[in-house]
Design a protein. Structure first.
Length: 302
């Protein structure tokens, strides 16, 4: 599959994953370089081209196009997206997101774990992968992703983002104060807003229980809760407001047998949905898990 990795979609991927779509200029440049390196290392296809502009040239080019803005500061400038461009650039980000989804998912496995074994990584990814496959048109079947996971783990080992003892399948994240840890966290943030939205839907279903919500009501509650989370915690990723993303996830829940629509037009939960929803949350930052559950408890008591 052909894909052009260019300045616009690299900038979009970096800034849309950042808090308030704002990054220190130096951090942004390091992230742009890092994303390009990861895509090159993984070598998905001979038909992928990557911009030959360096990170400084990319930032200047995005400024010239008016896609990003600069906020001056004596200790280092900030580069940011305004709301209008954040929505526009989601489209450009999605053009290359399939190249980073799997590495980002694996990075998310280390959000709450200093060490994790290969078996658990595969287990977590096989739960969430079918939803992302449908959303981002990923090419591998769920049965075939083990080999791809191994390729990515080897890439992360080679680049120093994770480590393991010789001849073991237990992987360790870097020390928190290191540049490698910062890069691993940056990689995890690529897919985190989407996972947060998914977990919110799982949590809403679990909180309300089986046969209480219609599909339309679930979509409405999810959108309202996303708005509240955004206002409370300044989470203004466009993914949080993407009604299509919410609808597609619910479609996948139905198609994969997690829920079904009964004769009353309400959603019935399977045991599988509750069990695997609990596993899926392990990919999320603990603070975000807490924020979502706290918001859920607050809203359901009113």
């Amino acid at each position: 599959e052909s894909c052009a990795v260019n300045t616009v979609n690299l900038i979009a991927t970096a800034l849309l994953a950042a808090p308030n779509q704002t990054m220190d200029e130096g951090e942004l440049k390091r992230t742009l370089t890092f994303y390009s390196e990861i895509i090159k290392h993984l070598n998905y296809s001979d038909h992928i081209t990557i911009t030959d502009k360096d990170a400084t040239q990319q930032v200047h080019y995005a400024e010239e196009l008016g896609l990003v803005h600069r906020r001056k500061h004596e200790m280092g400038d900030f580069i940011y997206l305004d709301n209008a461009h954040a929505i526009l650039l989601t489209y450009y980000r999605n053009n290359i997101l399939h190249l980073l989804v799997m590495p980002s998912l694996i990075a998310c496995c280390f959000n709450n774990a200093i060490s994790i074994n290969r078996e658990n990584i595969i287990h977590y990814l096989k739960i969430i992968y079918p939803f992302l496959k449908n959303e981002f048109f990923l090419p591998w079947s769920t049965d075939d992703i083990e080999g791809k996971i191994d390729d990515i783990l080897n890439c992360l080992l080679t680049t120093g983002l994770i480590s393991s003892q010789q001849d073991t399948v237990i992987y360790h994240r870097p020390q928190i104060s290191t540049e490698q840890h910062a890069k691993l966290s940056t990689l995890a943030k690529v897919i985190s807003p989407v996972l947060e939205l998914y977990y919110m839907i799982f949590a809403l279903l679990a909180e309300h229980g089986s046969d209480t919500l219609s599909r339309e009501r679930l979509e409405e509650l999810c959108h309202l809760m996303a708005q509240r989370l955004s206002l409370m915690y300044e989470l203004n990723s466009p993914d949080f407001f993407d009604k299509k993303l919410i609808a597609n996830f619910i479609n996948s829940l139905i198609n994969l047998g997690y829920v079904k629509i009964n004769a009353s037009e309400n959603l019935e939960l399977s045991v599988k949905a509750l069990e695997e929803g609990r596993y899926a949350r392990r990919l999320l930052d603990k603070n975000m898990q807490y924020n979502i559950l706290q918001m859920l408890r607050t809203t359901t008591t009113h």
